[in-house]
Design a protein around this ligand. Structure first.
Ligand code: SAM
Length: 303
């Protein structure tokens, strides 16, 4: 328990997919004047240095964000609107022009909120939770943000429905424990009973584990039972590696493990604009970060 640290993975291809989708949803929600709440049940440390030992040891950002930027420059490819917005958001966190830090989901979400929107974040790892609280304090956002060093699946219950009945729940567990897959499903099921019109976004690793394989299918059943629309997107950057996303840490003496090859996001009650946006962004992600012939994406939806 608790060996997962997002510092090793910040800016990898899975973050590119997840944070691009997060931006698309939060940007859409700001189009209506009424305030909304973002609940991040597994928030991580908030912001990550890309020159840290952890980032350098795993090298994952080199296959993800850095590769995306490098290929786009080499190919002279103009990023589509959504990926362009994602890159601009990273530039706002790196005003010197060189990529030094990578913002995690709570800081990205916060950056798009208006004064009357709210952010609620959960992080259970003692060290990452302390770092998250420190990073949130630096935002000087006051009561706009609540930070809980608690179990996000449990804590979520007391926050639904949000006061304005507009909200996004991001569930991004580490899946360090197999039980996380079942907890995601039961948490989404319970949340839909409390707040059926909420938007739910679940990230998961595409790995050779029955629970991971079943997760999007089970979420689709929940969406259909609630009569709610859904979008499901996956991104694969290379063939092979089917282990868990924890299998990425090399040591100074051993070669790095190959890292996670693919991941997915499942969204219930997505903005109607999300699928067309992803139809444009996903092929660019594959073109820019794909490493071999098995790189690709899937994009499905239902209502
Ligand atoms: N959402 C973050 C982002 O995109 O920047 C990354 C989160 S990381 C994949 C998952 C985090 O969940 C880890 O920091 C881990 O310590 C934390 N965690 C694990 N189990 C948890 C639980 N039951 N409740 C809250 N946080 C948990």
């Amino acid at each position: 328990m608790f060996s997962y640290r997002h510092a090793y993975h910040a800016g990898n291809h899975a973050d590119v997919l997840k944070h691009t989708v997060l931006i698309a949803i939060v940007q859409y929600m700001t189009q209506k004047e009424v305030g909304f709440t973002v609940i991040d049940t597994h928030a991580g440390a908030g912001i990550y240095r890309l020159d840290s030992d952890a980032a350098e040891l795993s090298g994952e950002v080199d296959e993800g964000l850095r590769q995306l930027l490098k290929s786009a420059a080499e190919k002279g490819l103009e990023l589509d609107e959504l990926l362009g917005e994602y890159v601009q958001e990273l530039e706002r966190f790196n005003p010197s022009g060189s990529l030094k830090v990578y913002p995690g989901s709570p800081l990205i979400a916060h950056d798009y909120l208006r004064r009357h929107d709210k952010l609620k974040v959960f992080e259970l790892h003692p060290t990452d939770s302390r770092m998250l609280i420190k990073h949130i304090e630096q935002l000087r956002a006051g009561r706009q943000i609540n930070c809980y060093s608690e179990d996000g699946f449990e804590g979520l219950k007391k926050l639904l429905p949000p006061p304005t009945r507009r909200g996004l729940v991001l569930m991004d567990p580490s899946y360090e424990m197999k039980s996380d897959y079942a907890r995601v499903v039961s948490s989404v099921q319970d949340s839909l009973k409390r707040f059926v019109t909420g938007t739910y976004m679940v990230w998961y690793p595409v790995i050779a584990r029955p629970e991971a394989h079943d997760l999007p299918r089970r979420l689709k059943v929940l969406a259909q039972e609630s009569g709610k629309p859904w979008v499901h997107a996956t991104l694969r950057i290379k063939s092979g590696q089917m282990g868990s996303q924890l299998d990425v840490l090399g040591t100074n003496n051993a070669p790095k493990r190959p890292g996670l090859a693919a991941s997915g996001v499942f969204i219930i009650n997505p903005p109607h604009t999300l699928k067309p946006q992803l139809k444009s962004s996903l092929p660019q992600m594959v073109e820019l970060m794909g490493q071999d012939a098995l790189a690709g994406f899937t994009l499905d939806s239902g209502s």
